[in-house]
Design a protein around this ligand. Structure first.
Ligand code: SF4
Length: 195
């Protein structure tokens, strides 16, 4: 399989690896930083996993299933610990919401609302428990209600970020942030970060 590795690694690029290769082995080959505790597996319709989750797991659907992830298109991104995972995710979700083709109400309106809510949580100035509860409810209401799987992919990304970065969300709710927005998740120049 072809695996695209980017983020906090010394040798970002596309790697050819045997199916079932260890997730940590691919990241090792790419020279991932020791200061990396979170990895996005499966691209923007994928899931965040922790470094501990990556250890001992193969880059296969079966091996990743219990962590809620799947290889997807084989895109892996290592996030350095200096970056805030929620803020990084919020930018990607904002772009994904804007990528809706505008045909299905739950996708058009639901993803816009989800993106706004993730943005609220991403800012220590605006993060509230009510946003978290709304997000969980809206993700359930949107899932499976589009004509294609675009909204489901976004919901998957949002859910995994709320799970993996739960402690950071709590830090935001107390008005602080442990990291910063560094733009590790590549986006076309149409996302909020470029405005
Ligand atoms: S669910 Fe798919 S088809 Fe429907 S608006 Fe969203 S992207 Fe378009």
């Amino acid at each position: 399989m072809l695996v695209t590795v980017s983020g906090s690694v010394a040798r970002a690029g596309v790697y050819e690896a045997p199916i079932g290769v260890g997730l940590a082995d691919v990241l090792e080959a790419a020279g991932w930083s020791a200061e990396t505790d979170f990895i996005l597996v499966g691209g923007y319709f994928g899931s965040w996993v922790t470094r501990q989750d990556a250890d001992g797991r193969a880059l296969s659907r079966a091996s990743l299933a219990s962590s809620g992830a799947s290889p997807g298109a084989g895109v892996i991104l290592a996030l350095p610990n200096s970056a805030c995972g929620i803020r990084e995710t919020a930018e990607a979700v904002d772009w994904l919401a804007g990528a809706s083709s505008g045909q299905c109400g739950p996708c058009v309106h639901g993803l816009a609302a989800v993106a706004a809510c993730v943005a609220q949580l991403a800012s220590p100035a605006t993060a509230h428990r009510a946003d978290l509860e709304r997000l969980v409810r809206w993700c359930s209401e949107i899932e499976g209600r589009g004509a294609c799987r675009h909204p489901d992919g976004v919901v998957k990304l949002v859910r995994s970020s709320l799970h993996v970065f739960a402690s950071e969300v709590e830090v935001h709710r107390r008005g602080r942030c442990s990291g910063s927005y560094e733009g590790w998740l590549p986006l076309p120049l149409t996302g909020r970060a470029s405005r």
